[in-house]
Design a protein around this ligand. Structure first.
Ligand SMILES: Nc1nc2c(ncn2[C@@H]2O[C@H](COP(=O)(O)OP(=O)(O)O)[C@@H](O)[C@H]2O)c(=O)[nH]1
Ligand SMILES: [Mg+2]
Length: 489
């Protein structure tokens, strides 16, 4: 999403690093490029100006031109200012944990979602429900968008999906009064009444969190604001989240400002962060509206939501990577026991195709290869030009599924006849099956050699997401790898 901005910054840093003697005018010139990159990314002009101004002030104040590594000094300054732009505190020794959803007892904690039509309100209701379900909190989704009966049905589908497809033990309830759709627009206060009924029902059922999916409009107008204002006054939600479509750039920021002025939202949820928009909305919204970004939507599926961390996002933009998020993702998907079990098998050379498949699935749960690679330091801008064939993983899965139990346990027995059968069963060809078994046998040999030569520790494996890719903080893994190799000699 921030490709263009990232490239702009990187050019600047490269130029400044290459210059033996840097003058104030070098720095100024470099900042002109940054300003252009920001404007091209559709960052609000005031925000872009103020940002460049503050970076320039810092650079002059710290005498960057005279520092030993001017490129590095500039990176530090820009990093701090980006954190600030996103609403974080660059001086904090340890970054504060972003505030979560309040816990009230008795419940429910009420969340009101608002935003324009198509911004992602209904989808995000399901994503928040999924997040809360993972924390063991029960949720009720209330259909307060009565503009179309289909909108009510959509929320019901989302609630069902959150119940059946997302992990966690608690229940996602659904509340609606579909027959009221006909009255909507004719009588005032229909939506408010439904919200009030939902609160009553949520209390009765002892639900922890109630999420209100309100109606949107194509543009901000008095009718919409009046309704939202009324819901806010009569239901008194603990959280008001504004859902903003990151793809709509400056328009999104302007409407966000209008919403915030009327409703005092306590946070923005930026959706469609996975799309290749230029990032202008993300970079401007906090400065222009005053409301911080709380979550980002990174896909259409209900588990595609992330907590927003200003310092990590700043790091991603500057190509510093976001190893912390990556490790967190790995830890969420792979338990220590699973990692230990796989380690034991690998050490004995007993890795089977089933284990391989399991590992692959764990990695895929974490996100697309491209999004994972993009979080590694220095990879950010490199990944965008990489042609990663996500379908290859599908093919591998299909091939393993077409193998018999015996073949999966001992892939050595897969000779030509079996290869032909597996290829036919999985819609691949014999060569591809051959490649897979060859790769697998190499992997087995390698892991066996590694574990008999030097101890492979479990923590390292846990970080690998159990999939043969080294995902844990690359520096640490590297350092440890070197040490164990030395021991062996
Ligand atoms: N790629 C992507 N699509 C999203 C995201 N959030 C929502 N959408 C899509 O945006 C469209 C509108 O979403 P919806 O929840 O119906 O918006 P609403 O009108 O505000 O309720 C749907 O097609 C969603 O699948 C996201 O984070 N990424
Ligand atoms: Mg909707």
């Amino acid at each position: 999403m921030f490709d263009r901005v990232s490239d702009g910054f990187n050019n600047v840093f490269r130029k400044l690093s290459g210059n033996a003697a840097i003058s104030e005018s070098n720095v100024r010139e470099a900042m002109d490029e940054v300003r252009t990159a920001l404007l091209e990314a559709d960052v609000h002009i005031e925000v872009a100006e103020a940002f460049c101004e503050s970076v320039m002030d810092d650079a002059l104040g710290q005498d960057v031109a005279k520092s030993i590594k001017p490129g590095q000094a500039m990176i530090n300054i820009v990093h701090r200012r980006l954190i600030e732009l996103f609403g974080g505190d660059p001086d904090a020794e340890q970054q504060p944990t972003p505030p979560g959803i309040m816990k009230l007892s008795p419940g429910p904690t009420i969340i009101m979602m608002c935003g324009l039509q198509g911004s992602g309100k209904t989808t995000t209701c399901g994503k928040l429900a999924g997040m809360l379900k993972k924390q063991g909190r029960s949720v009720m989704l209330c259909a307060a968008d009565l503009q179309r009966p289909a909108a009510v049905e959509q929320l019901e589908t989302v609630a069902n999906q959150a119940n059946t497809e997302l992990p966690g033990g608690s229940q996602v309830h659904f509340y609606a009064e579909p027959d009221k759709c006909a009255e909507y627009g004719k009588a005032v206060g229909v939506a408010v009444k439904i919200c009030q009924h939902a609160v009553k029902e949520a209390k009765k059922q002892g639900v922890d969190v109630l999420i209100l999916d309100t109606a949107g409009r194509l543009h901000v107008n008095d009718e919409l604001m009046g309704e939202l204002h009324q819901i806010r006054a009569l239901v008194q939600p603990q959280h008001i989240f504004l859902i903003v479509d990151a793809m709509t750039g400056q328009d999104a920021v302007n409407s966000a400002k209008a919403f915030h002025e009327k409703l005092e939202v306590d946070g923005v949820i930026l959706t469609k962060f996975d799309s290749d928009t230029r990032g202008g909305a993300a970079l401007s919204v906090k400065q222009i509206t005053g409301a911080p970004i709380r979550y980002i939507g990174v896909g259409e599926k209900l588990d595609a939501i992330e907590v927003f961390h200003p310092e990590r996002m700043a790091g991603r933009i500057l190509g510093m990577g976001d190893v912390v998020s990556l490790v967190e993702k790995a830890q969420q998907e792979v338990s220590e026991e699973e990692a230990l079990a796989i380690e034991a098998k690998m050490a004995k050379g007993e890795l089977t195709m089933d284990d391989f498949l399991k590992q692959m699935k764990m990695i895929r749960k974490m996100g697309s290869m491209k999004s994972l690679l993009g979080m590694l330091p220095g990879m950010g801008s490199a990944v965008k030009d990489m042609d990663i064939d996500e379908k290859q993983l599908d093919r591998t899965e299909a091939m393993i599924h077409s193998m018999t139990k015996a073949e999966r346990a001992k892939p050595d027995i897969i000779k030509n006849t079996r290869k032909r059968r597996i290829a036919a069963g999985s819609g691949t060809d014999q060569n591809q099956v051959g490649q897979l078994t060859k790769q697998f046998s190499m992997l087995s040999k390698m892991t066996k050699a590694m574990s008999s030569g030097g101890k492979l520790d479990a923590s390292r494996l846990a970080g690998m997401g159990g999939g043969g890719f080294s995902l844990k903080g690359s520096t640490k893994t590297k350092a440890r790898g070197v040490k164990s190799r030395k021991k062996r000699r």
